[in-house]
Design a protein around this ligand. Structure first.
Ligand SMILES: Cc1cc2nc3c(=O)[nH]c(=O)nc-3n(C[C@H](O)[C@H](O)[C@H](O)COP(=O)(O)OP(=O)(O)OC[C@H]3O[C@@H](n4cnc5c(N)ncnc54)[C@H](O)[C@@H]3O)c2cc1C
Length: 444
């Protein structure tokens, strides 16, 4: 019998496996995606999304940290819930998470953009951009460490697990069964469907998420660079007519940004990543603007109804494939006069506004506040930005149920731990790494 079986080789699963092994435990690590060297996304090479199953952007050794992309690492106040949960241990584990990613805590930059007198808030938190060569190096190192440490690595999909008195049988799609004392679910984005289907079946206590929905704006990178120089992850928040809005994933550094697409099976959702000196430059940059699905104070249960309706509309109208439209057409409800171009040729033109009607003008009101900050630093007008921006959909974030666990991420009185994105506590690479290390330290 193995001491611990970890499902998912993303930042949470890999860090948990290595730290648990260091503590002398026997470890099995299950990953359903491909080896890191075979995780090419055709869209990155100008092709169409061929709906790999599982999706190469979100699955495989490294998890959503895609071999060859860059990323932004961040820590508290980013991931506040995680900090609150493990506060006395947070900074100690953060140091280890920095070691894991080969970065120094002094290299993170803070945000000092002022918004005095404005109706929005800019979130300040430390960020370190990690370029694609650094990511490749870390992933290659971790692969070697996993192999050298004697961790049992299984390339298959966990389909279910069965709890007995003091042990758990973990079952996989290739008929592998692993008997273990503890199971760690670190299944990230790819695991969303499994968690949603099984949370009640497995008697997990959970809270529904307050998911957000919106679009990504792509514009010539020169507009976004000046703000990106001040802080690599400009995050803007605002409340308007009872809804909370936030900008998300600012991919507008010196070298622009790339649109990314994640296949969830029946539909593809949008994401983005920053480009650095070790990626191919892009003429464009992008960021997302998301709105909470429910108004302040509304029942969380409503989120599921709204997101199901939204997704079925997306599938029905656009076959669940991303679409784009110029900002001015989007705002004015026009579908004809659109000659704009987009960086990812795979994305087809479409009436993006049909996914968000009838709140489009409220959404645009907030978007133009964000454009205003960008314009101020780019020394151009908001109209310049509006003329040169495309709106691309659909983007959804925070779809994870928050599974109730104790401060070691363990489900009370059971031998199950849930960490990283799939636990719904917080999102992000450093946060998932910290949770993985914390779980490994707490295993008995
Ligand atoms: C395009 C993109 C860009 C991003 N950029 C950033 C960024 O710049 N900064 C940042 O902090 N965060 C970023 N994120 C988010 C970040 O990558 C995640 O928060 C983080 O990777 C979560 O780690 P995790 O270990 O919880 O899960 P993941 O990284 O999602 O890994 C989970 C792994 O589990 C595997 N798995 C799932 N189910 C099963 C199963 N049943 N059996 C076997 N294996 C399974 C999956 O294949 C996957 O490899 C980005 C995400 C995307 C998609």
């Amino acid at each position: 019998m193995i001491d611990v079986c970890i499902v998912g080789a993303g930042p949470c699963g890999i860090s948990c496996a290595l730290y648990a092994k260091k503590r002398g435990l026997s470890v099995a690590l299950i990953e359903c995606g491909r080896h890191y060297s075979r995780r090419k996304c055709l869209v990155d090479y100008g092709g169409e999304c061929c709906k790999c199953t599982p999706c190469n952007v979100a699955s495989g050794f490294g998890g959503c940290v895609h071999y060859g992309d860059s990323a932004k690492l961040s820590y508290y106040p980013s991931g506040k819930e995680l900090y609150n949960k493990i506060s006395k241990d947070y900074y100690r584990i953060l140091e280890e998470a920095c070691l894991f990613w080969n970065v120094n805590i002094n290299e993170f930059v803070d945000n000092h953009i002022s918004t005095e007198g404005e109706p929005f808030e800019i979130k300040a938190f430390p960020v370190r951009v990690i370029n694609s060569e650094e990511i490749k190096k870390v992933i290659e190192e971790k692969w070697a460490e996993i192999n050298n440490a004697g961790i049992e690595y299984y390339n298959c999909e966990m389909t279910d697990f069965y709890e007995h008195e003091n042990e758990i049988d973990v079952c996989c799609n290739d008929k592998t069964i692993i008997r273990c004392r503890y199971i760690v679910l670190a299944m990230g984005r790819h695991g969303i469907n499994w968690i949603q289907k099984n949370a009640s079946v497995k008697n997990f206590e959970y809270e529904m998420p307050v998911s957000t929905v919106g679009f990504r704006f792509e514009m010539p990178r020169d507009y976004m660079i000046p703000l990106g120089r001040l802080h690599p992850d400009f995050k803007f928040r605002m409340e308007y007519k009872g809804y909370k809005y936030k900008s998300f994933c600012y991919c507008g550094g010196e070298h622009g940004g790339r649109l990314k697409f994640v296949n969830y099976g029946d539909y593809v959702l949008l994401d983005g990543h920053i480009l650095t000196e070790t990626d191919t430059k892009s003429k464009y940059a992008n960021f997302a603007l998301l709105r909470q699905m429910i108004m302040n104070g509304e029942e969380r249960g409503k989120v599921k109804v709204i997101s199901d309706a939204l997704i079925s509309n997306y599938i029905c109208k656009f076959r669940g494939n991303p679409i784009f439209q110029s900002y001015n057409d989007f705002k004015n409800g026009l579908t004809s006069v659109d000659y704009s171009t987009i960086s990812a040729q795979y994305v087809k033109r479409g009436a993006v506004q049909e996914l968000f009607d009838p709140m489009i003008l409220d959404y645009c009101y907030v978007a133009e506040k964000a454009f205003g900050v960008i314009a101020q630093y780019a020394d151009c007008s908001i109209d310049d930005i509006k003329r040169h921006t495309n709106v691309i959909g659909l983007e959804l974030e925070g779809m994870w149920m928050r599974i109730k666990t104790d401060d070691s991420f363990r489900i009370k009185n059971r031998q199950i731990y849930i960490g990283g994105d799939c636990g719904g506590e917080s999102q992000g690479i450093m946060q998932a790494t910290i949770e993985g290390i914390r779980i490994a330290r707490c295993l008995e």
